[in-house]
Write a protein that binds this ligand. Sequence first.
Ligand SMILES: *Cc1c(COP(=O)(O)O)cnc(C)c1O
Length: 432
Amino acid sequence: MKYVSLANNELRTSFKQAVIQGLAPDKSLYYPTYIPQWKASFIEEIPNLSNLEIALEGMRPFVDQDLSLSDLELILSDVLSFDFPLQKVGDYYSLELFHGPTLAFKDVGAGFMARCLGRFIQDEQEQKATVLVATSGDTGGAVANGFLGVEGIDVVILYPSGKVSPIQEKQLTTLGQNITALEVQGTFDDCQSMVKKAFVDGDITSKVKLTSANSINVARWIPQMLYYIFAYKTLKNNGIQDAPVFAVPSGNFGNICAGMLAYKMGLPVSHFIACNNVNDTVVDFMNTGVYRAKDTVATISNAMDVGNPSNFVRILELFNKQKKELELDFTACSYSDAQTKVAMQEIYEQFNYVADPHGAVAYLGLKAYTTQNPTTAGVFLETAHPSKFIDVVESTLDIEVALPENVRHLMNREKQSILTSNYEDLKSFLLQ
Ligand SMILES: *Cc1c(COP(=O)(O)O)cnc(C)c1O
């Protein structure tokens, strides 16, 4: 498999180079040169295969000769070491993607990319690389955790002081080893602009090899397709015959786009619903045919506060840039914070299930669609454990949310961060 820039089909490269570079040299996204097709016999066998067997078959064509089958297997068994259960919620299923080390669905993509990048960077050069990321809370933990202990890579992570939840802060600041947390006295935007400045600062880049753990990296995007196959497997094993309808809480549209990739490779899926908060750029596009990026609006489902979703071009590409074709398989919808809170209450009161705000937005989208198009296989993706958004969940439902077992120990660990007030602090830290 080679990868090609979506804006220039002469810019082709290997999986390894696409992972190292992140973006193509023309700043466009990389995209696979062809969509592999699964044999009907593989689809039939899915209910009988282990998650690892499914993952190996799913990912193999995309990594090509850059990872041996045994290396791929090592990486995948590391990254998929937890469950992806479907919970019955009323007439629907919640696909719980939060059982990983940082309680967020990004653990799989971030972990896979980190391990690939660690390996490729070691192959390519002796110099250590520094991954520099800014986080508003959720992504940073998954990225940092993915790179924890990966040789040849240091991770420097900037987060806004006092603006991430307690568990998120612990996840960023207690890892140790090759991970350093810089606690910035400012907003997420301040963190982001410091990172951007560092990447173009010659004093730094001449001495330190900086890398971004960008969410559009093909190694972060593609493995997310596995969730959809695992859900299909579980539905089949529960005797459900309908092809699933997937409602996906979407921000940058990476997750849903990976599901649509699996569909184009042959996975039976009946429909995809992109569920947004009020950041509704794609809803507008589906209504008008005109794509116009918007300013980001802050919401309670803040991991989806994206006004210009970068992966949407990949979705269009999967459907030959034809909105008419896309409409047959894909719907987009948008909900306000007030609607999201009502949905969280409804899910709790009627089904005794605690959804986080992102999952609740997806539930709303699923409910609206299946009212018109009934199915026995309606699945909404629950992308974060409710304890990661504890303030909203506790105040909306008037309950206390317990931390899951696998992160409880973090709360007793000591926070280690370096207070950072401006760009010069970051620069001298990187150069020291
Ligand atoms: C990142 C994130 C999303 C959005 O995923 P995209 O792939 O960017 O669409 C949804 N929910 C949670 C909890 C997230 O962290």
